[in-house]
Design a protein. Structure first.
Lengths: 518, 425
């Protein structure tokens, strides 16, 4: 913990962390200084001048992003003169800014709009021609650039230089002809490109994927975890239900989390929200024919009861810890063998030294915590001696070789597939039961670094009964407990690493199972 | 008594082949090296401090004091940068040194390097000075060939290397931190200060940046001592200055005088007075960034740092522009603002947007399309630009705007009322 010092803001004494700049130090105690170009992950650049504040004793206004806090420092934020500093800079930002709000994606989460409302500015005094530049430029990787909206904060340029170290963007030209651009015929080409859309404070960088799809004020946000790989970046799940349409997820955004991933996320993870809306398994099958979920469930229960002791369950390595615990109970109920075999979830060589992990399973750590075997040989030998095989959303077909081998193994067995998406196995299985996916249920997952985080339900409608734990309870004829609270109590009692978890107060930034929350 | 020229920096101007090493040496070039090398570096710094030499680039910061800001005991090399960007409109003095007596500059560089313990000097010369860069390189080659530069400069076990770095056409690269960025191969965009170049400068090392004229003044100070230099100029503005004068005068050019001479005397005695028997209307005293002066100011103003400040302007780079009664002040301001708009590096908001805005408003007024409210708006924009930016280019645009409107408001109002320029046919 850094040393605390005392300083004065608008006449009030405050304790702030020594060594931080004014923006960060005051932000930590809930005081927000408007800014565009500063970003905690990218450092200061000092070009927007929006964070100019009055510091007693200093030669003129100082930029808060490059002014370290000192003992006894006196800063004025709310005085008329201090607020005028910001109003004047804001006026300059706005004079050449196009009146695009009605068609701009950023509306509702735009810094220019926010600061304009805060500053209480009224009419524009700009009566000469605005500078015109190019719009709707394709920068590559789904990034769309609008040069007129750009406030030249250079966050995108600095991100691609400091974080991805690919430096595809630069600012060329002087004066108000300055513009962000790529090198000729060298578009943005890296796996983190869409982060520039997040960090752009205005609508200069938009995502081709999200463009014109939703107004942000219509969407609700849930705090959850990306299931793209074992890094488990914290995200916001933005969702909405339009009139007469089904509720759906419109985008994922990274959620700041120093403990897990920082401020950014990879493009594949960001765009993985699409998979929540595509290729979903919606209809059940019984005896290979489409039927109601109840009918399919009944058939499954019959099959399982008849094959007690000769059942194999293969659980998804991305399901929540609670769901895995329920799977354990389900397997025990039918005296079956439970496996979390997921070798095929590891895509060799696909990891990088930023965020992306080779292992695409979101909760493999919990398989270990719960003592669920992932051994391939044991699984194969158990399948050979089993009569019924229950696939619990484990996608065996992630690698082709795996698929063919397991196809052969499962050929003579009764296969019950519980899945959120249409897989090869759901086409061939006799009994198929659809279940909810991770934006539709709640629980916890543990990432590759041992951080436990909460997955929150975003899409509620019609999905409660299809939450995997409920499906599994139904498969056991309701013998197995599926109520999350009770399951968590059991986990605390049976798993040493989870014994100290306060389930009602899991920190937003997650719980480090290897050493306490941060 | 008429204002007289002095021959301190310009001692060799007019001598045939004064650029060559042989001629330079014959007239005293490099004669101070031995004396300087015999002194302790700290002694030279003290001498320059005592001489009252101030930066001749425009800011007028005491040179000796700047040198003493270098941190001691750092495990990093110190660099010397010579600012030969000379892009301030109306300024053309540094080129005189390079064209007529580059060896005086080289001698000054060697002595300064010794004083600040630097082995590498970079001369940043504006890209447009194609021939001047060649002349400079020729002189430097001569100096290397004669053993004056290199591993053992002038025979002393002290390396001095000079690199000429050509700019690429940006006024902003005359700003010291933008100059450093440019030498480092990056875009010439000024850095935030602190840290100051004396501590973190070129290649993140302590760096002294001085104007060509400043460094060229050093050999004279070594020769005649602080007292000798102080024989010229005033108490606070010691020494001599290469003043440039252009515009509506009979004899435009560069004239070296001591600081503190009468501005009116300078214009009349040296530059031959306003041309074509016309009346004086306005004078820009020190480059286009300095506030404009009226004839009544010129009457009482002296050419030194303090007097010009008292009259509401700055000595700056000593580039005087004389305007006669036929000049349309609105058009003149529009001309200046076109420059500042074009030259803004675009990094920070108030300058990038502000220079464009005020240029467009003044253009409209010049074309007869302005409004009365534009004038106060211009004054406000100028205030919002100055002091809020990374460097002072915004101030350089704001100051003339403010002074033109304050002193010639009636002309702006005429344009607006008439709906056209009253000076046009």
């Amino acid at each position: 913990m850094s040393k605390l010092i005392t300083m004065n803001v608008d006449g009030q004494e405050l304790q702030v962390e020594e060594g931080k700049n004014l923006i960060d130090a005051l932000s930590a105690v809930g005081i927000h200084i408007p800014h565009f170009c500063y970003h905690p992950a990218l450092g200061f650049d000092g070009n927007c001048r929006m964070c100019l504040v009055e510091v007693e004793g200093a030669r003129g206004p100082q930029i808060a992003c490059n002014t370290p806090v000192k003992e006894g420092m006196k800063v004025s934020l709310s005085s008329e003169s201090s607020m005028n500093l910001r109003r004047k800079v804001l006026e300059f930002e706005l004079i050449n800014h196009p009146l695009d709000c009605p068609i701009c994606d950023q509306a509702g989460e735009c810094k220019l709009q926010d600061y304009y409302m805060e500053a209480g500015l009224s009419k524009s005094r700009m009566e000469v021609e605005k500078v015109a530049k190019e719009k709707n430029l394709d920068f590559g990787c789904g990034v769309v650039h609008d040069q007129e909206r750009c406030v030249l904060c250079a966050r995108c340029v600095r991100f691609l230089r400091k974080y991805t170290k690919t430096a595809e963007l630069g600012i060329v030209n002087r004066c108000d002809k300055a513009k962000v651009t790529t090198f000729p015929e060298k578009p943005i080409n890296n796996r983190y490109a869409l982060n520039v859309v997040d960090i752009c404070p205005v609508g200069a960088m938009t995502s081709r994927d999200f463009r014109f799809k939703q107004r942000v004020w219509f969407m609700s946000s849930e705090k959850s975890v990306c299931h793209g790989c074992a890094k488990g970046c914290s995200i916001y799940v933005d969702h909405n239900q339009e009139k007469y349409k089904a509720e759906r997820v419109y985008r994922f955004r990274p959620r700041d989390n120093e403990q897990v991933h920082g401020y950014f996320m990879c493009d594949e993870g960001r765009l993985s929200y699409r998979k929540e809306n595509e290729n979903r398994l919606t209809t059940a099958k019984e005896n290979g024919r489409f039927d109601t979920i109840d009918a399919a469930t009944n058939q499954a229960v019959e099959l399982l009861a008849a094959a007690k002791g000769k059942v194999v369950f293969i659980v998804s390595p991305s399901w929540t810890t609670e769901q895995m615990a329920v799977a354990k109970s389900l397997a025990a109920h039918y005296e079956g063998y439970l496996s979390g075999y997921a070798d095929s979830y590891v895509v060799k060589g696909d990891g990088d030294d930023l965020l992306i992990k080779e292992d695409k399973a979101a909760n493999r750590a919990s398989l270990e915590l719960l003592g669920i075997s992932t051994d391939r040989q044991k699984l194969i030998s158990n399948i050979k001696s089993a009569e019924v095989v229950v696939i619990l959303n484990n996608n065996l077909a992630l690698t082709t070789a795996d698929e063919r081998e397991f196809e052969a193994l499962l050929a003579g067995k009764q296969v019950i597939a519980v899945a959120s998406h249409r897989l090869a196995i759901t086409e061939s299985a006799q009994t198929v039961i659809p279940c909810a996916s991770y934006t539709e249920y709640a629980g916890v997952v543990v990432n590759i670094d041992g951080i436990l985080q909460e997955v929150t339900c975003a899409i509620e409608k019609e999905c409660f009964a299809r939450r995997p734990e409920r499906v599994m309870a139904a498969l056991s004829g309701n013998a197995v407990i599926a109520e999350i609270g009770a399951v968590r109590q059991q986990l605390s009692a049976s798993v040493p690493a989870l014994a100290q978890v306060d389930w009602n107060a899991i920190p937003e930034n997650g719980l480090n199972l290897k050493g306490g929350a941060q | 008594m008429a204002v007289q020229e002095v021959k301190v920096l310009s001692a060799k101007y007019g001598i045939k082949d004064s650029r060559t090493l042989a001629v330079a040496r014959a007239h005293g070039g490099y004669s101070q090296i031995e004396k300087a090398f015999a002194m302790e570096p700290a002694q030279i710094v003290e001498m320059v401090k005592a001489s009252g030499l101030r930066g001749r680039g425009g800011a007028g910061f005491p040179t000796g004091m700047k040198w003493s800001f270098l941190p001691k005991g750092l495990d990093k090399p110190t660099y010397l940068c010579i600012n030969s960007d000379e892009s301030e409109p109306a300024t053309f003095k540094d080129r005189q040194i390079i064209e007529n007596d580059p060896h005086m500059l080289i001698e000054g560089i060697i002595i300064t390097c010794w004083a600040i313990n630097s082995h590498d000097a970079y001369i940043y010369i504006r890209g447009e000075f194609v021939h001047q860069a060649e002349m400079l390189n020729t002189a430097i080659d001569e100096a290397y060939a004669a053993g004056l530069l290199g591993e053992k400069a002038c025979g002393k076990d002290f390396r001095v290397d000079i690199t000429v770095h050509r700019g690429a056409g940006a006024y902003v690269c005359g700003e010291e931190t933008a100059l450093i960025e440019s030498i480092e191969g990056k875009k010439g965009q000024p850095r935030s200060k602190p840290p100051f170049p004396a501590v973190v400068g070129l290649f993140q090392c302590p760096t002294i940046i001085n104007n060509v004229q400043t460094i060229a003044s050093v050999p004279y100070i070594i020769e005649h001592g602080a007292e000798g230099y102080r024989k010229f100029g005033t108490e606070k503005s010691a020494g001599t200055f290469l003043f440039g004068i252009s515009g509506h005068v009979n004899k435009p050019g560069v004239y070296e005088t001591e600081l503190g001479v009468s501005m009116k005397g300078f214009i009349e005695d040296l530059a031959g007075g306003v041309w074509k028997n016309r009346k004086l209307k306005a004078v820009i005293p020190g480059g286009s960034s300095t506030p404009i002066l009226l004839p009544k100011d010129v009457e009482t103003c002296m050419l030194d740092y303090e007097s010009i400040v008292e009259h509401g302007s700055m000595l700056g780079s000593g580039g005087l522009v004389v305007m006669d009664e036929t000049v349309c002040m609105v058009k003149s301001l529009k001309n200046l603002l076109y420059f500042y708009h074009h030259e803004s590096c675009g990094q920070c908001t108030p300058c990038r947007e502000g220079t464009g805005w005020i240029y467009k408003i003044v253009s409209n007024i010049e074309a007869g399309k302005g409004k009365m409210s534009d004038l106060d708006l211009l004054l406000e924009i100028a205030d919002n630009m100055e002091g809020k930016t990374v460097c002072v280019l915004s101030g350089a645009a704001a100051m003339p705007t403010r002074s033109y409107i304050q002193k010639f408001r009636h002309e702006f109002e005429e344009h607006i009322k008439l709906g056209k320029c009253p000076f046009a046919g």
